[in-house]
Design a protein around this ligand. Structure first.
Ligand code: B12
Length: 211
């Protein structure tokens, strides 16, 4: 579909205004928000990742590509999230300390919100003590942690330890994810769940709170 290609290319070519316009047109033509996400935004960002890995793109290009993805996500979020869904549970979410990547975490939050979860988003670079404070304050059913760097995923077990020290580990289910995180790693650090993408995160979250 030409419009999906245009959205994807707007991300790859780092053009936020074009991404927004093409997304608007796609929605008006009846292309679903889910299709825009899965067939244009995610493949577009994957390609940006490849160009970055191969040294063709540098951080500034990736940042503008992320802006383009967000410009499109702003339009599809209200549709994915829907309205009037009954509350499935409460989630506190954040990207772990030292890590500024938030696109994946935001997608997971968006999908969970769409499935009826109430989201308290702590943002990026979240210290273990901030996860603990939020767990005590908000009393969530699920704590979502995201990490995109092999170095920062090592901060996930620190959060779990801090929850234990504060005596709240048993009060919340811990769900981890992000590109470098694996099922084995999740098990190793004692998380309650791992999933590789935002759609399966919803299924898992539902299971964890018995919805
Ligand atoms: C965009 C991006 C950036 C942007 C981030 C903008 C933003 N607002 O997020 C900027 C430019 C800031 C950036 C900076 C850096 N980046 Co960067 N970045 C990327 C890039 C290209 C895309 C990441 C992304 O958004 N993907 C799209 C989303 C949708 O995918 P996702 O995050 O994986 O999330 C999905 C799943 O993982 C899962 N998920 C995510 N979180 C969670 C949580 C739970 C609980 C669950 C269940 C699921 C889940 O669901 C999501 C949707 O399906 C990746 C390459 C890549 N292809 O991954 C590199 C990449 C992650 N970055 C990398 C690096 C090295 C850096 C820098 C160190 C570069 C530098 N030299 O400065 C800095 C670090 C900054 C910091 N301290 O965090 C490396 C990491 C290497 C490693 N193994 O550690 C990568 C892999 C690129 C590479 N191959 O070299 N980056």
């Amino acid at each position: 579909m030409e419009l999906l290609e245009r959205i994807k290319n707007a991300i790859i070519e780092t053009m936020p205004a074009m991404a927004k316009q093409a997304t608007q047109e796609a929605l008006e033509k009846g292309i679903s928000a889910k299709e825009i996400l899965n067939s244009a935004l995610i493949p577009g960002m994957d390609e940006v990742g490849r160009l970055f890995r191969e040294g063709e793109y540098f951080v500034p290009e990736v940042l503008v590509a992320a802006k383009a993805m967000n410009a499109s996500m702003d339009l599809i979020e209200p549709i994915l999230v829907g309205s009037g869904v009954k509350k499935a549970g409460k989630v506190v979410a954040g990207t772990v300390e030292g890590d500024l990547h938030d696109i994946g975490k935001n997608l997971v939050c968006m999908m969970l919100k769409g499935a009826g979860f109430e989201i308290v988003d702590l943002g990026v670079d979240v210290k273990p003590e901030s996860f603990v404070e939020a767990t005590k304050r908000e009393k969530p059913d699920i704590l979502v942690m995201s990490a995109l760097l092999t170095t920062t995923m090592l901060n996930m077990p620190k959060v779990i330890d801090a929850l234990k020290e504060a005596g709240v580990r048993e009060k919340v289910k811990v769900l981890v994810g992000g590109a470098p995180v694996s099922r084995d790693y999740a098990e190793e650090i004692g998380a309650d769940g791992y999933s590789e993408d935002s759609s399966s995160a919803v299924e898992l979250a539902r299971k964890l709170v018995n919805v």
